[in-house]
Design a protein around this ligand. Structure first.
Ligand code: ATP
Length: 349
């Protein structure tokens, strides 16, 4: 049995099936994300692990112990929520000390631990401040320090960055990942933001409508999505409609060679997933046979990249080209060849 184990867990609220037949195995020390759109059941999953709500059916084990019927305080789990939930009438020091005081730890030990926690989260010297004197990012650091100081077995993070502005979110993504690795605590992270999940996680479970659709490393989820839903939810994607042939896909009048068939049989209606950054765009060439050819319908300058909208066999796809002087700029209306590495395309049914 793995460190955290959900076995056949279902949760319904009246007629709403929030989580359905969930099986999850999370390893000790892992940074595991639950990723999915609003309402997919990720917070419900987290709340069941924390003990705030009980599963309708199924069991949850942590470290080999069945915790399904334990109250939250009997589980060795710390949580950080989206809204900082730090006490406004207490100093930062007292906020972080709170759980230790409750546990009856002596004052010298508390001081030592809180000072170490403040250093750990980069807030050395901030102990005497109040919530109103902190930025959003600093508040989340306090919230995290308050949990880590208790040294729980598991850390749960429920959309902890969603109240922060974009720049702070970017900074905190790396910071949280680093601190998690240095502490080594098993962490379950809930988010609807694919870039947070891709940046921080060892593995991701993508959920939709109460079900887990795929579990894998960020690379697996991004490069080998197992469904159109995941391909479109994670990153940008072009899904070219076609019909499966023998070792190739017929897209309009073109036959495109493929690697893996993704379980599709000849005659199946399929989609060929091509990520915008995986396609090489060249002026139409007679020398090297393109995978597909098309015409530039639009071109947008976006600083670090140029984004082309290309018409291919009556469909439109997006291609991202790094903005470099050695790469040809292609005007609207230009006839172009499209190339990509066979491994970077995925056949989806
Ligand atoms: P969000 O990102 O919006 O929080 P989520 O993926 O975390 O979404 P959940 O909060 O787990 O989704 O909700 C899953 C489903 O269960 C939703 O349809 C929601 O309306 C429903 N639900 C959640 N909590 C309750 C509740 N206490 N009573 C009734 N329905 C609920």
């Amino acid at each position: 049995m793995s460190f955290v184990d959900f076995q056949g867990v279902t949760k319904s609220f009246g007629k709403t099936l929030a989580v359905e037949e969930l099986n999850l195995s999370i390893e000790q020390g892992e940074f595991f994300s639950l990723l999915g759109p609003s309402g997919c059941g990720k917070s419900t999953t987290l709340r069941m692990l924390a003990g705030f709500i009980a599963p309708s059916t199924g069991r949850i084990h942590v470290h080999g112990r069945d915790i399904t019927d334990l109250p939250p305080e009997a589980r060795d789990i710390g949580i950080v929520f989206q809204n900082y939930a730090i006490f406004p009438h207490m100093t930062v020091f007292d906020n972080i000390a709170f759980g230790l005081v409750e546990r009856g730890m002596d004052r010298t030990a508390i001081k030592r631990k809180v000072d170490a926690a403040l250093e750990q989260v980069g807030l050395g010297g901030y102990g005497e401040r109040y919530e109103r004197e902190l930025s959003g990012g600093q508040k989340q650091r306090v919230a995290l320090a308050r949990v880590l100081v208790i040294e729980p077995e598991i850390l749960l993070l429920d959309e902890p960055l969603s109240a922060l502005d974009k720049k702070m979110r970017e900074e905190m993504k790396f910071w949280i990942k680093n601190i998690q690795k240095s502490v080594g605590i098993t962490t379950i992270y809930v988010t609807h933001d694919q870039s947070e999940a891709l940046t921080m996680s060892d593995r991701i479970a993508v959920m939709n409508a109460g079900r887990v659709l795929q579990i894998g490393s960020p690379v697996e989820i991004y490069e080998q999505p197992n469904s159109r839903f995941i391909a479109e939810f994670i990153g940008e994607s072009n899904l070219l409609a076609g019909r499966m042939g023998e070792g190739r896909i017929e897209i309009g009048r073109s036959a495109v060679p493929i690697g893996e068939a993704g379980g599709a049989s000849p005659g199946d209606e399929v989609a060929l997933l091509l990520r915008p950054e995986q396609i090489r765009l060249e002026p139409l060439s007679q020398d090297e046979a393109p995978k597909l050819s098309g015409r530039v319908a639009d071109e947008v300058y976006q600083g670090s990249i140029r984004r082309y909208l290309v018409e291919v066999e009556g469909q439109r796809i997006t291609v991202e080209v790094p903005n470099r002087p050695d790469l040809a700029q292609l005007p609207k209306g230009a006839e172009v060849s499209l190339y990509w590495h066979p491994e970077s395309s995925v056949v989806l049914r």
